[in-house]
Design a protein around this ligand. Structure first.
Ligand SMILES: *Cc1c(COP(=O)(O)O)cnc(C)c1O
Length: 362
């Protein structure tokens, strides 16, 4: 039964079976300590080595230099929506936001509660089916914030926005560590783990050290990157299990050949699915081809009833999590790192079957 299930959820999402196996062993005993990962103190050597190895692997696999701090924080990517402006937006500057979907709108709304914001570009009038061509940035811009992959609308940036010297802050929640990335282009990058990197409960935040040092000091400690950096992400009790599983995920990424190999796998999965949709007369993707996400594939039959028939018929075949976001409708197949090519092929076979079994109705 378990083998039949292919989980296309947008997050928490499918993880590689080997990673789950290793995590199960770690629950009973972390290495040969005889104590499980859930029960070790975060001040003890066994957990500290898990943490240190995980940070070292983030740096090594992501190609991240010592100019950056690698932090594991709680509160989800959603907490970064306010932490970024609280630390880096002062009374003399404006924060620029690129609006490409519901997540960037949320980030903007939170920043608005902190300081002055400006929309540098928005694709809302296109129904978020494309990405901006140009940016209108503020003269005294503190940073430009954008969402590299819109998990709900299914768009993805394949190039960094060209905005000159302005500091880039990126919500990479649904595509960090799914492909190669030149981290040196960014001031801040953040992603909660539950899409490509592990379980919910921890957010990976990569921040330039000089910015942390210049950041505001008149904030509660939990809201300053400085406190978390000084305490090696243990300013308060860290989500030890989530960090442990992120560590296992990173070792899995290394085993399969690192980010270049992972990117190639993810590209093949996405191409397989988009090719199926582009050859379909029933289903189509609303997203412009050059900005189609490799992570979240949005599609629809253009008919609410057919879409919901598709979702329930798919469920009966063990293809679950395919309903679009509650605000968007239609379908969404999330094909993060943990999804296999054979899972995607199962979905394309089902799409073809559904289409031919409905053929009489068109
Ligand atoms: C999931 C997601 C978030 C929110 O993450 P939480 O961990 O739930 O706070 C933010 N931005 C993007 C692009 C996402 O996909």
């Amino acid at each position: 039964m378990a083998d039949r299930i292919h989980n296309f959820s947008a997050g928490p999402a499918r993880l590689p079976a080997e990673v789950i196996d290793e995590a199960r062993d770690g629950l009973l005993s972390l290495a040969d300590t005889g104590i499980g990962i859930l029960e070790h103190t975060h001040r003890g050597l066994p957990y500290r080595s898990v943490y240190e190895e995980t940070v070292a692997d983030v740096r090594d696999i992501g190609g991240i230099s010592d100019d950056y701090e690698v932090l594991f924080l709680s509160g989800g990517a959603s907490s970064q929506f306010h932490m970024v402006p609280m630390n880096f937006l002062d009374a003399d500057s404006v924060a620029d936001y690129v609006i490409t979907g519901p997540w960037s709108k949320k980030a903007l709304a939170e920043a608005k509660a902190v300081g002055r914001v400006h929309v540098a570009a928005s694709t809302e009038t296109t129904g978020f089916s494309t990405l901006p061509q140009a940016y209108n940035v503020s003269v005294n811009s503190a940073y430009l914030h954008y969402t590299s992959n819109d998990t709900i609308c299914g768009t993805q940036f394949f190039d960094v926005p060209q905005v000159g010297e302005i500091q880039l802050v990126c919500d990479a929640c649904s595509d960090l560590f799914s492909r190669t990335l030149d981290v040196s282009r960014f001031a801040v990058l953040y992603a909660s783990a539950q899409k490509n990197l592990g379980p919910a409960g921890v957010t990976l935040v990569i921040v330039r050290r000089d910015l942390i040092e210049r950041g505001r000091t008149d904030l509660p400690s939990m809201l300053q990157y400085r406190s978390h950096a000084q305490a090696s992400s243990a300013f308060n009790t860290p989500p030890v299990f989530s960090i442990y599983v992120v560590g296992l995920m990173l070792k899995w990424i290394r085993r399969i050949g690192g980010l270049p190999a992972l990117e190639e796998r993810n590209r093949v999965k996405a191409e397989t699915l988009y090719h199926c949709l582009d050859s379909s007369y029933l289903f189509s993707s609303p997203v412009e081809p050059q900005c189609r996400s490799m992570m979240n594939v949005i599609f629809s039959a253009g008919d609410k009833q057919l879409d919901s028939q598709f979702v329930s018929a798919a469920e009966k075949e063990g293809l679950i999590g395919l309903a679009g976001h509650r605000s968007a409708g239609g379908m969404r197949a999330s094909i993060y790192n943990g999804m296999t090519l054979s899972g995607v092929q199962r979905l394309t076979e089902f799409i073809n079957w559904f289409e031919s079994s409905n053929a009489g109705e068109f």
